[in-house]
Design a protein around this ligand. Structure first.
Ligand SMILES: *Cc1c(COP(=O)(O)O)cnc(C)c1O
Length: 223
């Protein structure tokens, strides 16, 4: 299926989720996750009107970046090893996976200007999931003060793979609550107004619970 048709379908679901929750579709940015697909397919997404592209590996981001340069706004969404930071830091506008001080230190060292970061939170408690425990987030964000190149724009989470909507919704709700707590700290380097949550299988729930960036791969550009 063409990306444009898949996008129309997603936009319809975004509108419906917004209607159910009294939100406006203008509050929600779609990050097209192109990690499974070719440069051509990524280009097709841009032609369909997508602005934000997400990749989770430094090598695939670099090869797509070479072909597309600054046409899209680039997001790094995956686990980021500190030694890979220098490869991607001047190519991306957002990093969604800040989860440790050693990574913050490396980003701060390599970045030329402040970079928008999401602090990744493990809201499900699953051991296989990356991210900070919810209880650790406030202290972590406070410690980021010593890294002037880090701007905490929001929080990110991944819900567990389950068909139990209540479990998924609970993760998103928890992240929203935490986001408000961090925002209320009023830290100049951590406005923390954004929520990166929701993927192909759960983005309508994420929108109902306050997502402002949804990260969609399969349902938008295909596997
Ligand atoms: C792959 C990936 C996505 C997109 O997943 P889909 O289920 O294909 O929409 C979103 N976020 C992260 C962190 C990913 O690694």
């Amino acid at each position: 299926m063409r990306v444009a048709d898949k996008l129309a379908n997603i936009q319809k679901q975004i509108e419906e989720a917004c209607e159910r929750s009294g939100r406006s579709p203008a509050e929600i940015q779609i990050v097209a996750v192109t990690k499974y697909v070719s440069v051509e397919r990524a280009k097709e997404a841009l032609d369909a009107g997508i602005i934000h592209l997400g990749e989770n590996r430094d090598d695939s981001l670099l090869s797509k970046w070479e072909a597309l340069k600054d046409q899209p706004v680039w997001h790094f969404i995956g686990t980021l090893q500190s030694r890979k930071v220098k490869n991607i830091i001047d190519k991306v506008s957002y990093i969604h996976s800040l989860d440790r001080l050693s990574l913050a230190k490396e980003i701060d060292k390599r970045a030329n200007e402040p970079i928008s970061c999401f602090v990744q939170v493990n809201t499900s408690g699953e051991e296989t999931k990356h991210g900070l425990a919810p209880e650790a987030v406030e202290d972590f964000v406070k410690r980021l003060e010593e890294f002037p190149k880090i701007k905490v724009v929001g929080l990110m989470t991944m819900a567990p793979f389950t068909t139990d909507e209540l479990i998924i919704r609970d993760c998103f709700r928890r992240l929203k609550q935490l986001q408000l707590e961090i925002q209320n700290l009023d830290l100049p380097y951590a406005p923390c107004t954004e929520l990166s949550m929701g993927m192909s299988n759960d983005f309508p729930i994420a929108i109902e619970e306050g997502a402002t960036f949804i990260r969609i791969g399969t349902a938008l550009v295909g596997e």
